[in-house]
Ligand binder design. Structure first.
Ligand code: XLS
Ligand code: NI
Ligand code: NI
Length: 437
């Protein structure tokens, strides 16, 4: 029985459509810069929010009405949920999904039984994936919900917690490989601390480095060739997280010799929690060679936590797609909607409205980004701002021909610096608006 009997396959109807279950901009086969939109965007549904989100918050229980959910967290229920997930994704027209091990199958009282549950559900995921062609973008392990991870997983002071996490990631990697997963993500969860008095930071970071190397080694052993990602987030649930932002993650990866194996999965709401913008994080990761994938969502400027809302801001998606076009595209990463409908949006159809809106906003952002690049005007304005580096003394400095003494000589002869040219921020912003508005 269909879980969404009233929802058809979402069609593309063009910009004038008022049908809330149609795309206005996302035409999956339309070519942008010579490539179909769907290959630029590689949309992915996050199983944890879309299939497991209940709407519970610290002040009250879940609100979501999900007629397909059984009363108990059984394997049968989990298998049925997989079928619902694939019906949802087929109707939506996304090519990918992401999950944590514990999103898809219930955890039992021993690791052996839990693995058995996981195998039973993964078998059905594989069937559905083969039937529909919808693939796993990346897998991951939930190393933060179970109480054993209250102090962290790879950075726990309890060596048994580390060992359990290792066993869990081993299995998650194997499952990801079995499903043809294109990547594997480490999000720190509780890898951080609340108070430095009871924390040996050096030891914890060494353990995290060793843990990631074990994952890389195991991937090699089993022939998993997908891309590893590290996902920055500055806080929540811990006060200080070791994966604070792109710069901190890249430093960690280089310090522990992981830079050839792991790229970053940048999430908008995590960027803003770190006091950055998503474009800052993407540009930082991009020019350092660590741009991998995005967790697409948005925060609320008036709320200080990870609200994981669906993105509807075209300026933001334009900036994200500009970064990806600049650095050679998303693949093997994608646009994973790590986003949840609001607690008050409790009906199943809201899941469609949310994703359709997010996908359309990204499609429009992609088209605007491509138009900005095709015209080249903004690029030229940016290049002009740095033109003093293209000839004369600037070009010589960049070529490594100078030191302090020769620059002192140059300036003593010249007397003073040539006046600056205007930054023209307002003009830049107005030019961007010509494409957006
Ligand atoms: C939580 C993270 C998480 C990761 C996957 O804030 O965004 O959902 O993406 O573990
Ligand atoms: Ni995320
Ligand atoms: Ni998040």
């Amino acid at each position: 029985m269909a879980a969404f009997p009233d929802v058809p396959k979402i069609p593309f109807e063009g910009p004038d459509s008022k049908n809330p279950l149609a795309f206005r901009f996302y035409d999956e086969n339309e070519l942008v810069e010579g490539k179909p939109m769907k290959d630029h965007l590689r949309f992915s549904v996050a199983y944890w929010h879309t299939m497991r989100g209940t709407g519970a918050d610290p002040f009250g229980p879940g609100t979501m009405v999900r007629p397909w959910e059984g009363a108990e967290d059984t394997v049968d229920n989990a298998i049925n949920r997989v079928r619902v997930a694939f019906e949802f994704m087929e109707k939506l027209g996304t090519d990918f999904f992401c999950f944590h091990d514990r999103d898809v199958a219930p955890e039992a009282d021993t690791l052996a039984k839990t693995n058995k549950n996981l195998d039973a559900v993964v078998k059905v995921i594989k069937e559905e994936s083969d039937r529909t062609g919808i693939k796993l973008l990346w897998g991951t392990a939930n190393l933060f919900s179970n109480p054993r991870y209250m102090h962290g997983a790879a950075t726990s002071p309890n060596a048994d917690a580390f060992a359990h996490a290792a066993a869990q990631v081993k299995k998650a990697l194997e499952v990801t490989k079995e499903l043809g997963g294109q990547g594997y993500t480490f999000w720190g969860g509780r890898e951080g601390y609340m108070n430095l008095w009871n924390t040996d930071m050096r030891r914890e970071l060494d353990h995290l480095g060793a843990f990631m190397h074990m994952a890389v080694d195991h991937a090699k052993q089993i022939g998993f060739t997908g891309q590893f990602y590290f996902e920055p987030k500055p806080k929540e649930p811990t006060k200080h997280q070791y994966d604070f932002d792109a710069a901190a993650c890249i430093n960690f990866l280089r310090a522990y010799g992981l830079e050839d194996h792991v790229k970053l999965n940048i999430e908008t709401n995590h960027a803003t929690l770190a006091g950055h913008t998503v474009e800052h994080e993407l540009e930082y990761a991009g020019h350092q060679g660590f741009l991998g994938s995005v967790d697409a969502n948005t925060g609320d400027l008036l709320l200080g936590w990870d609200t994981d809302q669906f993105p509807t801001d075209v300026y933001m998606t334009t900036k994200i797609m500009l970064a990806f076009l600049k650095y050679g595209g998303l693949a093997p990463g994608g646009v994973n909607f790590d986003a949840k409908v609001r607690r008050e949006s409790f009906e199943p159809v809201d899941l469609f409205y949310a994703h359709v809106g997010g996908m359309d906003t990204f499609a429009k952002g992609l088209k605007i980004a491509a138009a900005i690049r095709a015209d080249g005007e903004l690029g030229q304005m940016l290049a002009d701002r740095y033109s003093s580096w293209d000839t004369g003394i600037g070009a010589e400095i960049e070529a490594g021909k100078h030191g302090f003494a020769s620059l002192e000589k140059y300036m003593l002869e010249k007397g003073d610096a040539t006046p600056n040219t205007s930054g023209r921020q307002e003009l830049f912003e107005n030019v961007v608006n010509r494409y957006v508005l």
